[in-house]
Ligand binder design. Structure first.
Ligand code: ATP
Ligand code: MG
Length: 285
């Protein structure tokens, strides 16, 4: 083995990196979503991933936990290659991750406690229910929802559901939490509760976070580093000031919420709004 490299041939000099992707390309048919991307995620830091809808943010963070595997390139967790591991071995690695899925997806038929212990059940045999109860209580207290143990998702607000999903994501004390659009659909105050939770996990538990978001207020508040994806590439990478002052027009359009010229051209194309309206008689035989 070459000096300074581990058995996967990866240089061991990146001591602050916890996750790395190297030259990752991901295609679905002809659609190249990630185009030869390399990225190292620093331990204990919060990285935000921004970019227009459909640019590949979800696809990117799924690679960080090997829920998707690249067509080419490699993914590492703590310098160990993970994209080529069997599902069985990956499940062990995944216990060190928490994943807050886009939409927060709780199981509707399970109450809050059962939702939170779901990942614990998947990875270990529960023998001490008292201990589990204490754990659920502690996790719910962390997200400000102790007392909601017996509620079903249908009886919770959108913000409460996101917080329960976060309690579930941190159930196994993960070292890394991946958040996919944690504040989408929440009002500014509830969004800020989520932002504070991300910061609290980093401050109190040293958690490494990767947050996919459209919400620039949230990105500026929680992130040590912001990465923007566009056309399969990373077009900007730096702290909040770097992004605010970035010269790339696509970055400026995104952070200021402006529609780009191509999208406007599509909206202006033939067929006004009136032609897209239907009346009930249009459907009569
Ligand atoms: N399993 C899949 N099969 C085929 N195509 C996929 C699959 N998953 C994602 N894609 C495609 O990859 C591209 C990127 O999708 P992705 O979900 O990563 O976008 P996104 O940046 O997360 O968008 P949004 O902000 O709307 O969530 C899209 O064109 C999408 O259609
Ligand atoms: Mg997405």
């Amino acid at each position: 083995m070459e000096q300074g490299k581990n058995k996967d041939g990866r240089q061991n000099n990146d001591s602050n990196g916890i996750i790395a992707i190297e030259n990752v390309t991901k295609k679905f048919g002809d659609n190249v979503v990630l185009d030869n991307i390399s990225l190292s995620i620093e331990k204990g830091k919060t990285t935000a991933v921004i970019g227009p809808s459909g640019c590949g943010k979800t696809v990117l963070i799924k690679h960080l936990i090997a829920l998707l595997r690249p067509n080419s390139g490699r993914v590492f967790f703590k310098n160990r290659r993970i994209d080529d591991l069997s599902e069985n071995r990956l499940n062990k690695v995944r216990t060190q991750y928490g994943f807050l899925f886009q939409g927060g997806a709780l199981f509707d038929s399970l109450n809050v406690t059962e939702n939170i212990i779901f990942p614990i059940r998947q990875h270990c045999e529960i023998s001490d229910f008292r201990q589990v109860e204490d754990l659920v209580k502690a996790k719910l207290a962390m997200v400000g929802l102790d007392g909601f143990q017996n509620y079903y998702p249908a009886n919770l607000s959108g913000g409460q559901r996101k917080r329960v999903a976060l309690a579930r994501a941190i159930a196994l004390n993960p070292q890394v939490v991946l958040y996919d659009e944690p504040t989408t659909g929440l009002d500014p105050i509830r969004s800020d509760v989520i932002n504070e939770l991300v910061l609290k996990l980093q401050r109190e538990l040293g958690v490494t976070s990767v947050v996919v978001t459209h919400d620039m207020t949230s990105a500026y508040k929680v992130a040590d580093r912001i990465i923007m994806l566009h056309n399969g590439k990373i077009v900007a990478d730096g702290d909040a000031d770097h992004i605010r002052n970035h010269p790339h027009p696509v970055v400026q359009q995104f952070i200021h919420g402006q529609v780009d010229e191509d999208d406007l051209a599509v909206l202006r194309m033939s067929g006004g709004v009136s032609q897209a309206q239907f009346l009930p008689r249009d459907f009569e035989q």
